[in-house]
Write a protein that binds this ligand. Structure first.
Ligand code: SF4
Ligand code: SF4
Length: 89
């Protein structure tokens, strides 16, 4: 039986990770583009975005935080007005 004293020291997570500190937009290959003419500010994209990358100001959807948008396309799927198009980077 191996003594626990002979086991190599493993890695430790000393703090919880937060997407605020990790730029999840680094690996994006598609980006969302919104057509503001079609947008009705329903906030569906804001609710469903897993990275809180939809920018809302004064109850208006104004765009995307590209440092955190990973290009998953969920916002485009969630939009009832088809106002969001995913385009290749
Ligand atoms: S593509 Fe994904 S990560 Fe980017 S804004 Fe839309 S839902 Fe959020
Ligand atoms: S889901 Fe579509 S219509 Fe609703 S706020 Fe987002 S872009 Fe605008």
């Amino acid at each position: 039986m191996t003594s626990h004293k002979k086991m190599p020291i493993g890695g430790r997570a000393i703090e919880p990770g937060k997407s605020e500190e990790v730029e999840t937009g680094d690996w994006r290959s598609f980006r969302p583009v919104v057509d503001q003419e079609l947008c009705i500010d329903c906030m569906s994209c804001w609710i469903y975005c897993p990275d809180s990358a939809v920018i809302v100001k004064d109850n208006k959807m104004t765009g995307f935080k590209m440092t955190h948008c990973k290009g998953c396309g969920i916002c485009a799927k969630a939009c009832p007005k088809k106002a969001i198009t995913m385009v290749e980077e």
